[in-house]
Design a protein. Structure first.
Length: 369
């Protein structure tokens, strides 16, 4: 499922509204999955779970009228509406009716994502889906289903990684609702997630998931900085926190780039696979110790958990999807006058027809308008 993203007030349980989810809509959703080339079990489970989410949608405006709504939830729901408005009017993202509704999900995790990669190669295993092409991850609404497929891939010699994903985008096929889980986030993270997913609904390059996710990561963070600056003022706590979050993303992106360079150098050597497997463990360990050293004075760093994480190639491939070449997008943003809507227009004009969207983005750095 494209657009799956991992990040983490009490959830608000709402009544079902059948009018929000018609049989025709369900059939349309099912047809998309039927054409994706996946197994029937996966298809029907995904269609059923997505159907429940759409079935339970409730207008946020209506939710805000509830007399028993607590203050924190009310503030976050109003923030979501403000983010939608800002995304559409100031950033010219394709918003439609996405995040204008709320959907209660009656389980602690909305979905799970599986990634896999060879043990001596960082190029991830891919699945094919209609409309979006080959995708280096697969989404599940069942943890057991994700783990079962992971075990199957492990038996074939792949590293695997299963993670949770509380948010995802249907790439504009449906009006994505705000899921209850997202209300656990602080205001800055909540805004980042919504901007990220709305970028997916606006622009998605088929078969270039690493570019799509990294761009959405950049847009989510940069848009949040602009939004909180305009809403609360330059130097407000929210604006400062959004800036800090983006600085941490850039820092981790550069670090992962260093680590990946070392791993690719190792995997490219003409040595036995057994030796490569031993040496990669040394790179994993050395890199995690170095990361721990770099952020030891910053216990709240959003990537602090990396130094203690169980690492393999699938985990590294996962990070590459979301933080690859973030500095490139930041350089483009600065070079194009810090005009985010204009930058997105330039990317949308230049990237889709290129062989490598990252190369097309690099060319924009040297191109005069």
């Amino acid at each position: 499922m494209p657009g799956l993203r991992s990040k983490t007030s009490s959830p608000l349980k709402l009544k079902f509204h059948i009018s929000n989810f018609s049989p025709l809509l369900f059939i349309s959703l099912l047809s998309v999955f039927l054409l994706s080339g996946c197994s029937p079990l996966y298809i029907f489970q995904a269609a059923y779970e997505q159907g429940k989410i759409l079935w339970r949608r409730e207008s946020i405006e209506r939710v805000l009228q509830r007399p028993d709504l607590d203050l924190e939830t009310k503030e976050k729901l109003k923030l979501v509406l403000a983010v939608r408005e800002y995304a559409g009017e100031s950033l010219r993202l394709r918003v439609g009716r996405s995040y204008a509704s709320y959907s209660y999900v009656d389980r602690p995790v909305v979905s799970y994502v599986l990634m896999a990669a060879p043990k001596t190669d960082l190029d991830p295993y891919t699945w094919w889906f209609l409309f979006v092409g080959r995708v280096p991850y697969k989404g599940f609404f069942s943890e057991q289903a994700a783990k079962t497929e992971a075990v199957s891939l492990q038996a074939q010699g792949y590293d695997t990684y299963v993670r949770t994903a509380p948010a995802y985008s249907t790439l504009g096929w449906f009006d994505d609702p705000l899921l209850a889980h997202l209300l656990r986030y602080d205001k800055v993270t909540l805004a980042e997630v919504i901007f990220h997913e709305l970028l997916h609904s606006t622009f998605f390059v088929k078969g270039a998931v690493d570019f799509n996710e990294s761009l959405a990561n950049f847009v989510g963070n940069r848009a949040a900085i602009l939004f909180f600056r305009d809403r609360y003022g330059e130097g407000s706590p929210e604006h400062l926190r959004a800036n800090q979050a983006w600085e941490e993303e850039l820092e981790f992106s550069l670090f992962i780039t260093e680590m990946v360079r070392s791993l690719r150098d190792l995997y490219g050597k003409d040595v036995a696979e057994e030796e490569k497997l031993q040496l990669r463990v040394e790179i994993f360990s050395r890199s995690q110790k170095e990361w721990s050293r770099r952020i030891e004075s910053r216990p709240t760093h959003q990537y602090r958990g990396f130094s203690k994480q169980s690492v393999n190639n699938a985990v590294i491939a996962h990070y590459l999807l979301y933080v690859k070449d973030l500095a490139l997008f930041e350089s483009l943003y600065q070079a194009k006058g810090k005009d985010l809507p204009r930058l997105l227009e330039l990317i949308e004009e230049s990237v889709p027809n290129s062989r490598d969207p990252f190369d097309a983005a690099r060319e924009l750095l040297h191109k005069r308008e």
